[in-house]
Design a protein around this ligand. Structure first.
Ligand code: NAD
Length: 384
């Protein structure tokens, strides 16, 4: 029994209706086991921009820093206003360095595949997303071009791809910690080290060192670590029985299309993780059912993979499942394990019945029996 202080960021577009549906479902789930939420409801996004002068008012970050847990509706990235993505800013400001996106098949969701249960662990702060870019014809770009000694054309714009030992170590640790906590069997490191020998090469080197320090079993053919990571001796043996292997990202894409059932936890740098997250969502039925968690040292923010779908705003139409499943991940993070299990069963039951589901889950998207966002939430609450 607990009272959980959680920041609720309503978002914009379809965000507020999805957040409201999810809030009601989560309250019902924890209420069943005697717990409750003390929500701090805050506004971010294009709707607040006019009055606050920014899409990310200071009170939003203050609230998340205080509560350390947040549930967030999708937020539009305003185009042509000079503001960068609020979503990226939140992850950066709060140093939410790991994005965890489970891709799990649920009976009743239309997909070409079934029995998929993958988790994508994406690094959230480095790589080509670090925001170190130099435009065409700037002195910085010209300086780098001169440094490259003829390898870069003079009419180039440049993005820099930094990987650090610190950044790689903590994302690989996140993958193993998640595997241990969720009793998973395999962690696969994915990158392109055959071409990017220093950046992606570092990713594999540190991944092997962490895997060795945790006592994972290296799959046949996976190169051994030069040495176990000396900073992680406290973790010795923690990943006993968990297999560590490696795939190059291009080959991994084909594997995921042909034999997705062979994979368990996939850990990768930021850009590959962005792309493979959508691939993973596609394997299990699309964005409507793809949840996510952004995790830092002591702070976590839960949000769906999808965006604000602004064309459906205020229509009580879009699918709340992805955000409710993100709430399910939040319940697990808050150690509300019984409530989480009950919620997952309730979602599964509603989807499997296929009656009280939104338009995108019906075989025909124009099916008049499709229910709205709020009614699908009601059906899940009824199953609880
Ligand atoms: P989107 O995910 O918002 O929508 C694309 C399409 O997917 C929609 O038109 C709709 O057909 C479908 N869809 C999305 N969510 C759905 C749901 N819950 N139920 C049913 N169908 C759903 O992607 P977009 O149109 O590229 O982006 C819109 C805005 O959202 C952009 O400004 C983008 O930057 C932003 N965005 C925000 C986040 C975030 O908040 N984390 C993530 C992605 C995109």
């Amino acid at each position: 029994m607990a009272v959980h202080n959680v920041t609720l960021i309503r978002g914009d577009g379809t965000g507020p209706e999805l957040v409201e549906a999810t809030r009601r479902v989560l309250e019902a789930a924890v209420g069943k086991f005697g717990s409750s939420f003390n929500w701090d409801v805050v506004e971010a996004g294009v709707d607040i921009m006019e009055t606050a002068g920014t899409p990310l008012p200071a009170n939003v970050l203050e609230s998340v820093r205080k509560n350390k847990v947040a549930l967030k509706g999708p937020i539009t990235t305003p185009i042509g206003t000079g503001f960068r993505s609020v979503n990226v800013a939140l992850r950066k400001e709060l140093d939410l360095y790991a994005c965890i996106r489970p891709c799990k098949s649920y009976v009743g969701v239309r997909s070409k595949y079934d029995n998929i249960d993958l988790v994508i662990v994406r690094e959230n702060t480095e790589d080509l997303y670090a925001g170190v870019e130099y435009d065409l014809d700037t002195p910085e770009a010209q300086q780098i071009i001169a440094m490259a000694g003829g390898k870069i054309r003079t009419d180039s714009a440049i993005s820099i791809k930094p990987f650090s030992i610190t950044g790689v170590r903590r994302i690989i640790q996140t993958a193993f910690d998640y595997a241990i906590e969720n009793k998973r069997k395999k962690v696969t490191a994915v990158c392109k080290a055959n071409i990017m020998k220093y950046t992606d090469g570092l990713f594999y080197r540190i991944a092997r060192e962490v895997a060795a320090a945790y006592g994972a079993t290296f799959a046949p053919g996976t190169p051994a670590a030069e040495k176990p990571d000396p900073t992680l001796s406290a973790y010795a043996g923690k990943a006993a029985g968990i297999v560590y292997d490696e795939w190059l990202v291009d080959a991994m894409c084909m594997q995921l299309v042909q034999k997705p059932e062979n994979y368990d936890i996939l850990v990768m740098p930021n850009l590959y993780g962005d792309i493979l997250s959508d691939l993973g969502a596609g394997l299990v039925g699309g964005l409507g059912v793809a949840p996510g968690a952004n995790i830092g040292v002591d702070t976590a923010l839960f949000e769906a993979t999808h965006g604000s779908a602004p064309k459906y705003k205020n229509q009580n139409k879009v699918n709340p499942t992805a955000l409710i499943l993100s709430g399910f991940l939040m319940l697990k993070y808050l150690k509300e394990n019984e409530a989480a299990a009950a919620l997952e069963s309730a979602i599964q039951a509603v989807i499997a019945e296929g009656k009280d589901v939104t338009y995108d889950m019906k075989p025909d998207r124009n099916d008049p029996t499709a229910v709205g966002t709020a009614e699908m939430a009601d059906a899940i609450i009824a199953k609880l």
